[in-house]
Design a protein around this ligand. Sequence first.
Ligand code: NAD
Length: 333
Amino acid sequence: EFDAALDVKTAKEHISKLRVQIKQWGQEYYENDAPTVEDATYDAAYASLVALEERFPQLITKDSPTQQVGGSVQKSALPKVEHPIPMLSLGDVFSMEQLTMWATRTEKNAVSKLDYNLELKIDGLAIALDYQEGKLVQASTRGNGVIGEDVTANILTIDAIPRQLTEPLTIEVRGEVFMPKQAFVNLNKQREADGLATFANPRNAAAGSLRQLDAKITKARQLSAFIYYTDQADILNVTTQAQVLKRFAELGLPVNLTNRVVTNANQFETVIKDFNQQREELPYGIDGIVVKVNSLDEQAKLGNTVKVPRWAIAYKFPPEEAITQVLDVEWTV
Ligand code: NAD
């Protein structure tokens, strides 16, 4: 979309404008839980920035939104928590072609033949749960990836999250807190009746509900969670992502076991179509599929960039139109 003859000076101006705009939208979305534009609009601006920075890598700076995990905790009144191992974002693709290109590149960089674990991309917000000898002692949000917010009291109100694991493990696990579709519809109806601003989508409603100073408010919001990651898989005696999920379930953690292992990138399309067909009926929102290298050993070898793991990618679905309208018909009792 940018002129092939684009010179550095003009590119720099475009880049600067895009960064300001993306940062503002990011603040509205991550900090205020109140976006003012559709995700597709944000994604298009972000993709333009990535394209320009790829063409003019000399213009990449550390403070570019492409080099940082979205979200700041500066203005949050919640206590802060440091993540010694940063919580990352995910790279994303918007077509099967881009997904295949990602797989080809990843396979080239891998040591052995790759299997993939495909998971639903839950539309909520990332959290980290710290268990000491099986007991939940701290919960935090992703924040800017390095500094998050302490939401322990709020997390303790969520029924799906166990206070105690079935084994006395000391482990940090990570996953997604989300608001089920029905709870979202109910909440917005209530807010409308009370003359309050409604939430744009279940993701923002979940974030706004978890990041409360008063845990009683969180409790009333009927949040739920799925756990899908740990940096300490060695403790679990497993070798693949699919096994990690099974072990989590044994530990009593909430796990989304719709995941599918495929042995070849040719199989992505069929599985993704399957997932997409079930999307509307799911009681929670998803905004895509996460494709992960299944071998934990290969994951470690592929490593991460400053912002995203190289061993995983999010395939984003086209936006679901008028989710609340669909829901009013299908979900309201
Ligand atoms: P992201 O939310 O698209 O993807 C990364 C996150 O996916 C992870 O942090 C994790 O929390 C989550 N996730 C869900 N299921 C997962 C699974 N099974 N395995 C691993 N991770 C899983 O990335 P992001 O950087 O947090 O945010 C970018 C997104 O936010 C874009 O979709 C963008 O459109 C949206 N956004 C919108 C606006 C706006 O103004 N509308 C502003 C900023 C960001």
